[in-house]
Write a protein that binds this ligand. Structure first.
Ligand SMILES: Cc1cc2nc3c(=O)[nH]c(=O)nc-3n(C[C@H](O)[C@H](O)[C@H](O)COP(=O)(O)O)c2cc1C
Length: 314
């Protein structure tokens, strides 16, 4: 099929592919710049960074690419407004926001001219996002990695949301190849957001043990875990996941109250950071449902070549 032109505000990426933002330091400058250079929209996962770290990461990414660059900032974090201001000050091209819904961000977007994309999983929130001024929505189905806002498959929620809104719709959750992209475009999406596929890229900065867990994953290893944020999350099974699924409380050594609301069952920032730096058994390894279908670690450019070829063939 012919690939459509995705437009978010004034951003016109060569291909309608967004790399999903991934906390904690899973999507950083090397991955986001490689995606932007390959023709997609590269996205930094800002959650878990300080404002200064985010500022530095944006500057670092800009030195590596002149392509479209976004940040993903979770609404659930306390320093959400400051992170948004920092991204705006650094002249980011687009802000993606999920894990809760911010109304304020649309005022900041209007003042600054920086487009905002809301990550939603229901028609209600998609319609609200459009009404408040979102430039596009990411519609995330239950297949997605990370925090989940629905228990419904993407193919079930996408058609009704498509009918309800006129702004661009970006489909996310479980898309790992060009066939999956073509399917979403045929269902009315203007583009796709993919995260898990890009973890298994040469450029993704995450520890090798994180990538090896992805490569070894079987379908039954992908589980739903509770998150202190108050949403379920999709991750790979490991000793840490076992403990938290059983309801064990893992009190962190210190807590800087980084979330607006936190169940305090365990520290999600510490757990995500542990796996990112290689201590996978003591951490959470977020992954999408179709992780087991990905068999190789490739350079981002090669992933794009394949995705585009396969999508055009379908
Ligand atoms: C390791 C990992 C970390 C993630 N972190 C975030 C995040 O910080 N904010 C967010 O909105 N989504 C996050 N997500 C969700 C992705 O951005 C994306 O929408 C989703 O994973 C798409 O499904 P896929 O991974 O099957 O492609 C994360 C996903 C993964 C796999």
């Amino acid at each position: 099929m012919k690939l459509p032109q995705l437009q978010i505000g004034n951003i016109l990426p060569k291909f309608p592919i967004v790399q999903g933002g991934m906390a904690l330091r899973v999507s950083t400058a090397p991955l986001a710049s490689a995606v932007a250079n390959a023709g997609g929209i590269g996205v930094l996962g800002a959650t878990g960074m300080s404002e200064e770290e985010l500022r530095e990461e944006i500057r670092k990414t800009r030195r590596l690419t002149s392509g479209p660059l976004g940040v993903n900032i979770m609404f659930a974090i306390k320093n959400f407004p400051k992170m948004v201001y920092t991204a705006i000050e650094e002249k980011i091209d687009v802000i993606f926001t999920g894990a809760g819904f911010s109304r304020d961000i649309f005022h900041w977007s209007k003042e600054s001219g920086v487009p905002v994309v809301s990550i939603v999983s229901s028609t209600k929130l998609a319609v609200l996002a459009e009404k408040l001024g979102a430039s596009a929505v990411v519609v995330e189905g239950v297949e997605a990695g990370g925090h989940l806002g629905t228990d419904k498959p993407l193919t079930e929620i996408l058609p009704s949301i498509r009918k309800a809104i006129n702004i661009p719709l970006i489909a996310a959750g479980g898309i790992i190849d060009g066939k999956g992209i073509a399917k979403m475009l045929q269902l009315g999406a203007d583009g796709v957001q993919m995260a898990t596929r890009f973890v298994l890229s040469k450029e993704c900065d995450v520890s090798d043990s994180f990538k090896q867990m992805y490569l070894k994953a079987k379908p039954e290893d992908v589980v739903i875990i509770p998150s202190p944020v108050g949403l379920p999350g999709r991750a790979l099974h490991n000793p840490f996941a076992s403990k938290i699924i059983q309801g064990e409380k893992i009190t962190p050594e210190n807590c800087d109250n980084c979330l607006k609301k936190c169940s305090k069952q365990y520290c999600i920032m510490k757990a995500l950071d542990n796996s990112c730096i290689g201590n996978v058994n003591e951490g959470i390894v977020f992954a999408g449902k179709n992780v087991h279908k990905i068999k190789d670690i490739l350079p981002v450019q090669e992933i794009f070549n394949r995705l585009i070829r396969e999508a055009k063939e379908n």
